[in-house]
Design a protein around this ligand. Sequence first.
Ligand code: NAP
Length: 252
Amino acid sequence: MKPAVLITGGSRGIGAATAWLAAQQGWAVAVNFTQDAQAAHAVAARIQASGGQAMAVQADVGDATQVMAMFAQVDQAVADWNAHWAGLVNSAGVVDQAQRVEDMTLERIERMLRINVIGPIVCAREAIGRLSLRHGGQGGSIVNLSSVAARLGAAGQYVDYAASKGAIDSFTIGLARELATEGIRVNAVRPGIIDTDIHASGGQPDRASQLAPHIPMQRPGTAQEVAQAIVWLLGEQSSYCTGGIIDIAGGR
Ligand code: NAP
């Protein structure tokens, strides 16, 4: 039986690179998106064309009702694939325009925390019910996307984003300890500046190249470089790693 993984935000950037790499390593993959159906279907189609199993599934991770419907849809696909639930990657996440905290609207702060914090927690909750030995699952691995912003703070840019990723670090540590005897490992990766669309979505399309001189390795990372660590954390090769947070930041 193939292991199956749900990757939130699997349509683009780090999530898409992870979906492809996981599929190459034998995972059946559910590719979540919220808006860009074309991108999500392209990721799933590429995997299918290479002989793998994949589906695209729409849900706003910031909406618990949609998250539960998504898990139910993936349950059906996992059964159709004759696979078993074995992983969750919480990659969906957003930034916003660079702004000082004193200028942030409540709407912005709530959106940031709903998508970046409540989303991953609710997705993990749903995954636990399917993975935990305690609930009749076969065990598995949860990988969360944090950010070096969690320790740098992102002052003058998006402190709300940094705080959301700080919450992900704490969540990772706590959940790992809570589930340690139930067959579920929980880890996070903490990327630095990675060359994806996320910077354009925050109004700074050239951010990755502009910040390169401030990175010890003098270049942004690639989505592929982050995906390598995520897929390692997903699989059995990292079997003694839980509660870990891996910086992938070129020394930043
Ligand atoms: P990206 O290229 O902007 O892609 C974002 C992905 O998240 C897309 O697949 C998008 O779906 C999905 N998404 C956004 N809001 C969503 C929602 N409410 N519900 C479901 N899916 C949603 O971002 P990325 O750079 O790959 O970032 C992935 C993760 O890594 C994020 O958690 C981010 O905070 C973290 N990270 C990134 C960097 C970096 O420099 N890139 C650094 C540190 C941490 P659609 O395609 O449907 O829009």
